[in-house]
Design a protein around this ligand. Structure first.
Ligand code: PGA
Length: 258
C-alpha cells in the first residue's frame, strides 16, 4: 500500500516565489517514489503558484468552511476547494483549535461537509498532554464527536491523523513520541471506527501520524507504529529533508508485504 505523506506548510513561506521554488524542488525530488502519495498543503494564496509546478504531488488545503457559499466573511468553503479541484483538506488541526477557538462541533460540521461532497479530509485528533499510563479518553471523545452522522460508504475518503500536541514542534518543550504509543493509539482509533461502522468499512480509513516527523524517525512510525502515512509540519519546509523523508517512506512501502 502507498504511504500518504501530507506536507502542511502552515503560514509559510513568506512569498509566492519561494513557495513556487520549494514546491518545484520537492516535486522533482519525489517524482520517482512510486510507493508514496504526496500532498502539499500551502497557504491558500499560493495555490496557483504551487499548483502550476506540481506533477506528482497533489494540492491540499489546510482548512475549509462547512457551508457552500454565502455571508461567511473570511471563509473558504468546500465548494471553493472543489472548484479548484483540490481533494485533500486538513480538518481540525490543533493550531486552529489553539489560536482560533475551533471546537469539536465545528470540526464535526466540516468533516461531514467534506465527506458528503466527495473531498478527502485529513481529520486531526490529538491530546494536549501526554497521558500517563495509557491512552487519553479525550482522543476517543474527539473521534466519536467528529464521525457523528458520517455514512459508512464515505469512509473510503477519510484519513485520520493522530497528532499528539505535546510532541509537535511548535509546542514549547515538545517531547518525542514513541512508535509504540502511536501503534496503540492507532489500534484504539481503529476499534472506535470498527465499533461504529464494522470492520470492512473501518479498514478503509487511513490512519496517519503527525507528531514532529522527520527523515530520521519516519521509518519507525511507519514500521513499528503501523501508520499508513504522516502529516509533516516543519520538516516539509526544507526540500532536501522532505525529499529524504519521502524516500524513506518509499523504502518502507517497497519492503512491506501489504
Ligand atoms: P511538526 O508539525 O511536524 O512541525 O511537528 C506537525 C503538525 O503540526 O501536525
Amino acid at each position: 500500500m502507498k504511504s500518504l505523506i501530507i506536507a502542511n506548510w502552515k503560514s509559510n513561506p513568506d512569498a509566492p516565489g519561494r513557495a513556487e521554488l520549494l514546491a518545484r524542488t520537492i516535486d522533482r525530488g519525489v517524482r520517482r517514489f512510486s510507493k508514496t502519495e504526496v500532498v502539499i498543503a500551502p497557504p491558500y494564496h499560493f495555490f496557483s503558484n504551487v499548483g502550476q509546478v506540481l506533477g506528482k504531488a497533489k494540492l491540499g488545503a489546510q482548512n475549509m468552511f462547512w457551508e457552500d457559499v454565502g455571508p461567511y466573511t473570511g471563509e473558504i468553503s468546500w465548494h471553493h476547494l472543489k472548484h479548484l479541484q483540490i481533494a485533500y483538506v486538513i480538518i481540525g488541526h490543533s493550531e486552529r483549535k489553539r489560536y482560533l477557538g475551533e471546537t469539536e462541533e465545528m470540526i464535526q460540521k466540516k468533516l461531514h461537509a467534506a465527506l458528503k461532497n466527495g473531498l478527502q479530509p485529513i481529520l486531526c485528533i490529538g491530546e494536549e498532554e501526554r497521558h500517563a499510563g495509557g491512552i487519553s479518553p479525550n482522543l476517543g471523545k474527539q473521534l466519536k464527536t467528529a464521525i457523528t452522522g458520517i455514512k459508512k460508504n464515505w469512509l473510503k475518503n477519510l484519513v485520520v491523523a493522530y497528532e499528539p500536541i505535546w510532541a509537535i514542534s511548535t509546542t514549547p518543550h515538545a517531547a518525542a513520541d514513541t512508535p509504540d504509543n502511536a501503534f496503540r493509539v492507532s489500534l484504539y482509533m481503529r476499534k472506535i471506527l470498527t465499533d461504529e461502522f464494522g470492520r470492512t468499512a473501518a479498514d478503509r480509513v487511513r490512519i496517519i501520524y503527525g507528531g514532529s516527523v522527520d527523515s530520521r524517525n519516519i521509518a519507525s512510525f511507519l514500521e513499528e507504529g503501523g501508520m499508513q502515512g504522516v502529516l509533516v509540519g516543519s520538516a516539509s519546509l526544507h526540500a532536501d529533508e522532505f525529499i529524504q523523508l519521502v524516500a524513506r517512506a518509499n523504502n518502507v512501502a517497497k519492503n512491506s508485504k501489504m
